[in-house]
Each structure stands twice: as C-alpha cells, then as structure tokens.
Design a binder for this molecule. Structure first.
Ligand SMILES: [Zn+2]
Length: 269
C-alpha cells in the first residue's frame, strides 16, 4: 500500500487550465499523451498528472496526489527498479470498471518531485509551485542535434534572460527511474552552484521542464524556451550563434526594471 491517492477535489482550476493550455495543438509543446504537469500542495504533497491522459483534454480526475519523499526514496535507492517506481505511483483502490486498471501517477513524476525535494533540502521555498514538462518540437529538435549541449550555455537575447535565466542541461537517460537519478544529481549540483533553482531544465533528446511559482510563469518559460530554440536554430543555419557578452548580461540583470518584470511574471501579468 502506497501513500499515492486520487483526490480530484485537491486539483486546482489553475492546474487544469495550465495543463489544457500546454496541450493546445497550436503551441506544439506536446501531442497525444506526452507531457505532464504538477502543483505543490500546502501540505507538502504533490498533485501530478496521471499516466495516460492527454494534456489537451485533462480534467481534475486525471491527476493523483503523491508523497514526494516516498517517490524520491525509490529514486535514491540504487537497488530499485522501474517496476518499484511504477508501484509506488499507484493510487490503491482506484480500479476502474472498464478494465483500465488503477489510476497511477505519470512515470515522469520524478522530474517534478525532485525539484521540490532538492529545493526543500537547500532551504529554497516559494519559488516552485507549478511545473510543466513538455516535448516541444523546436526544442527537442535542437536537443537532439550535435549542438544540444552547447546550445543554451550562453544567453542569446535579453528577454530569455528575464524569463528563463540560466537553464540546466541534463544528458539523455531513459525516462522514468534512470532519468530521475541523473536529473536529481544535476539539480542538486545546480542549486549548490547558483543557490537557486533553475526555471528551465533541458532534457537531451527528450524535452523541457518549466518551473515557476505560478501557472502563468510555467506557460511563459515554456513558450520562451520554444522561441529560444527557434532563434538558435536560425542563427546556426546562417553560420552560428553570436551570444550576448557576459558584460552585457550582467549589465542587463543590474537594471531595476528586470526585477520588476520578473515580479510581474511571477504574479502572472
Ligand atoms: Zn517526457
């Protein structure tokens, strides 16, 4: 018996709206059952999309509530298997009459849970409530290219500095337990280096994780990541990327209106 539960009453309208918005075909962030979203509850548990449902048509019934320490205990134990991870995500007693089996959290729940446990362990609170994980075509294209590792090492235009800041790149691993393990290590290293969480994580040959205090922030980070991928692909196509200089980036961050624009973003304006 796990602590995973099915409690549609705990799924906020903001999370459902964000989920369907990220799944809109026009955004090209995810198709079919790709991608997943989550919201941190005040009691420390995590509402995360259940396995199977597509983002575009998700309702409050398509989420489960997980105990993140229980999930991360499986990730942090080197002797566990993918089957152990699947088992801990099952909401007991939710077998459906149509034979679809019990409701179960997405196998990608680990890319959500790790953010909050790493932040909590580092004493970082209040900067990550909503998370959206998607597979945008433009971003995955660049992350599946020979430029994947270097593409986001430098900031290329000023608005991505405001909305995204410095992203974290994570090399490819099989989605699920294997990815969860290297992802958690990479996140901890980022937090130790920068004393902050990344707002965007780039998963090689896979997709993105957008992290924000608000649903609007997740949408902004996701769409700006797509724009950043298109800008880079265009620059590579005409001979290469000429990024902003470190001095220009520092000057930009020092301006008062950057702080204000970040704050507005966090409030969803
Ligand atoms: Zn994925």
């Amino acid at each position: 018996m796990t602590h995973t539960t099915w409690e549609p009453g705990l799924v906020s309208p903001a999370l459902v709206t964000l989920t369907t918005l990220l799944g809109e075909p026009a955004h090209d962030l995810a198709i079919l059952a790709e991608g997943n979203t989550s919201e941190l509850l005040d009691d420390g548990r995590l509402v995360v999309k259940a396995s199977g449902a597509g983002l575009a048509v998700a309702t409050a019934e398509d989420f489960v509530v997980v105990d993140m320490d229980e999930v991360m205990a499986v990730v942090d134990d080197p002797d566990t298997t993918q089957a152990d991870l699947s088992a801990v995500l099952v909401a007991s007693g939710t077998d459906r009459p149509d034979g679809a089996g019990p409701r179960r959290g997405s196998i990608e729940t680990v890319v959500h849970a790790a953010v909050h446990t790493v932040a909590r362990d580092a004493g970082i609170v209040g900067v990550a409530r909503f998370i959206g994980h998607t597979h945008p075509t433009d971003v995955v294209g660049l992350l599946a290219s020979v430029r994947a590792q270097e593409a986001w090492t430098r900031i290329v235009y000023s608005d991505e500095a405001v909305v995204i800041g410095r992203p974290l790149f994570v090399p490819y691993a099989t989605p699920g337990l294997a990815l969860g393990r290297i992802y958690a290590v990479a996140l901890r290293e980022y937090v130790e280096t920068h004393a902050a969480l990344p707002q965007l994580v780039l998963l090689a040959n896979h997709g993105i994780v957008a992290i924000a205090p608000t649903a609007a922030g997740v949408e902004a980070v996701s769409t700006m990541a797509v724009k950043g991928a298109r800008v880079r692909a265009t620059a590579y196509a005409v001979g290469g990327v000429a990024p902003l200089s470190d001095a220009d980036v520092e000057k930009f961050f020092a301006r008062d209106d950057i702080t204000e624009r970040r704050a507005n973003l966090a409030r969803g304006r």
